[in-house]
Design a protein around this ligand. Structure first.
Ligand code: MSP
Length: 580
């Protein structure tokens, strides 16, 4: 075994794929956009686990410090921690309701996180990278960031002149204070070099280019990483200085390290060495609005501390509703819980991932959600209805395959089909379908690891559509009819050979459709875990055989028992449209 091979093998077996979502502010209830961030990570994490050789670790949680939370708590007249407890629970409930299979739900008020934040602050301080100084500038509470004056503008609002950020349109206020600063620019060249050597570090490419261009054309300003305690009460205290509180983004970004157990196990010489089986480095999923924090500040903090940079940062676009990013202030938020009560959890999961265009903003409309659900019902579930009735026998068809009864199937179809003229089409579709099914895992995998979920699902639909087409064109019910009328009408008896032949044809078409359902259901588990589970239960596929070792034709030779019993109901029901 070569060294490279053994390393890859060890890596595959012991190192989990570590994927994170942004941690969510607890100033308002979760909406569809937040759910989307979680789903992108959940899909990727579950996909990794489909392969029994791999493992994954998914981190999500809530971002609980800062002026934004403090202000909301003050307005509501409650203790900020109480607000955090309540709203954090809403996010946790949302992720549980939507079957987000996270490994840790972190809260920045967790004790281990506070310890890591202090520890990290001290590393920076010891390295001489943190300095006290005075600061004045335009602070935006809503975005928890200072903006240079050039990036702000004055507008009239309710008869008053206010200043807003040109980028986010949120109000900014002038503040003058003493802060601790971090010299971002000291690591600017190092980050540029890293980005040039690692063009896949930020995806999609246009976001990578945007960051690289910004770094190459603008000198980074010093970053204020603390605020006076008199102003910012609700944050982690700066070690050994009770007059200052740590800037919320400094604290928040560190959550990704807290979950790895940092600094436990990380060896330090001049740089921290990630322990072999440690989760770090992570793949971060973030929305485009927080790109600067993740693609400039975060890598610089890590470079400064001597910690390996993240594996990759995936920047997704936003879901727009009525043309704008959902936000409480605009009143255009879509409540995922309310939607799920009508459409069901998996329909929403499927819709968001099927339309997950990370490059461009996606437009939410209930109409599209309804159509997506209709397709799941009309094509995916319907394929099961077609072969799951009492006229067919899925278990028997699997046994035919097991006993090699389809080995001569091509000639057999040519010789025994009732309608000879469509034989070439049948053979062509069944060939293509088998090839596509056998390649489906690899092909979907290529797309999923690039976070191109749209194309992965298109490949998935392709086999479902082909199987439906095969069923339609091969008309197995014609043979069933001939066999049924044979038992009913004594006079027109088919000879025993014909009976055998017709049964074989029926079972062959049923088998291909049922293999399509089995394989496609295994592969769609990361996106619609509950619906696919119901369908695999219906086919009676053993739970231990629902992974990537079984996603080729004939890999499971023992399923289908009772799948054609009359007692079954489809796991998805037709809904009456509620759209006016
Ligand atoms: N707390 C910070 C993140 C800190 S990470 C160390 C934050 N929180 S947030 O609650 O405002 O946003 C969390 C994520 O939700 C962001 O990635 C943001 O892009 C995403 N979304 C918010 N609205 C969205 C849409 N309408 N559509 C898609 N994602 C959206 O930022």
């Amino acid at each position: 075994m070569t060294l490279r091979y053994s390393l890859i093998k060890r890596f595959n077996q012991t190192k989990p794929f570590y994927v994170t979502t942004p941690i969510f502010y607890v100033n308002a209830s979760p909406h569809l956009g937040h759910l989307y961030s979680m789903l992108i990570a959940d899909t990727r994490s579950r996909w990794e686990k489909l392969n029994p050789k791999n493992s994954s670790y998914m981190l999500t949680g809530t971002d609980e410090h800062g002026l934004k939370i403090q202000t909301v708590a003050e307005k509501q007249g409650i203790d900020p921690k109480l607000l955090c407890d309540q709203v954090s629970k809403n996010f946790k409930d949302l992720s549980n309701k939507f079957n987000i299979d996270y490994d840790r739900f972190i809260r920045t008020t967790d004790q281990d996180h506070i310890k890591v934040t202090h520890y990290f602050w001290n590393i920076m301080k010891e390295k001489g990278l943190i300095e006290k100084g005075s600061h004045s500038g335009w602070y935006c509470v809503s975005d928890e960031t200072f903006y240079p004056e050039a990036n702000t503008e004055e507008i009239e609002k309710n008869g008053k002149t206010i200043r807003i950020s040109s980028e986010t349109k949120n109000e900014v206020i002038y503040q003058e204070e003493t802060n601790y600063f971090f010299k971002l620019s000291a690591f600017q060249d190092q980050l540029i070099k890293y980005l040039k050597e690692n063009p896949n570090f930020i995806k999609p490419t246009h976001r990578y280019k945007f960051i690289l261009n910004e770094l190459m054309t603008t000198k980074l300003p010093d970053l204020s990483i603390s605020r006076p305690s008199s102003r910012l009460k609700w944050s982690i205290e700066v070690p050994n200085d009770s007059t200052q509180k740590i800037y919320v983004w400094f604290d928040a970004l560190l959550n990704y390290l807290t979950a790895t157990g940092f600094p436990n196990g990380f060896e330090q010489d001049s740089k921290y060495v990630t322990p072999k089986n440690n989760l770090w480095p992570a793949t971060h999923i973030i929305g485009k609005d927080i790109i600067r924090f993740h693609c400039i500040y975060w890598p610089i903090f890590l470079l400064a501390a001597g910690i390996e940079l993240p594996k990759q940062i995936i920047v997704h676009s936003h879901w727009l509703c009525e043309g704008f990013k959902m936000s409480k202030s605009l009143g255009n938020v879509v409540d995922p819980i309310e939607m799920s009560e009508f459409y069901g959890i998996d329909s929403i999961r499927f819709f968001l991932i099927e339309n997950s265009n990370i490059d461009d903003d996606c437009k939410f409309s209930e109409n599209l959600l309804e159509r997506s659900r209709d397709s799941l019902l009309g094509k995916y579930c319907n394929l099961l209805s077609r072969i799951g009735g009492i006229n067919f026998n899925i278990e028997e068809s699997v046994q035919y395959y097991k006993n090699s009864q389809f080995n001569d199937i091509k000639t057999f179809i040519k010789n025994n089909s009732i309608k000879k003229e469509i034989v070439p089409t049948i053979l062509q579709i069944s060939n293509e379908l088998q090839e596509n099914l056998n390649n489906l895992y690899d092909n979907m995998n290529q797309k999923i690891i690039e976070f191109d979920y749209i194309r992965a699902i298109q490949l998935w639909w392709q086999v479902i559509n082909q199987a439906n087409q095969l069923f339609q064109i091969s008309e197995p019910w014609l043979y069933v009819k001939a066999l049924n009328s044979n038992t009913n009408h004594q006079s027109s008896r088919l000879d025993p050979e014909m009976i055998k032949n017709y049964k074989k044809l029926i079972n062959y078409y049923v088998y291909l459709c049922s293999e399509t359902i089995r394989i496609s259901s295994i592969l769609i588990q990361p996106i619609i875990p509950s619906l696919s589970n119901d369908i695999l239960n219906r086919l009676n596929v053993e739970p231990s055989k629902r992974n990537s070792n079984f996603v080729k034709i004939g890999k499971d030779l023992n399923y289908g028992k009772d799948a054609n019993s009359k007692i079954h109901k489809l796991p998805l029901q037709k809904l009456k449209s509620r759209i006016k």
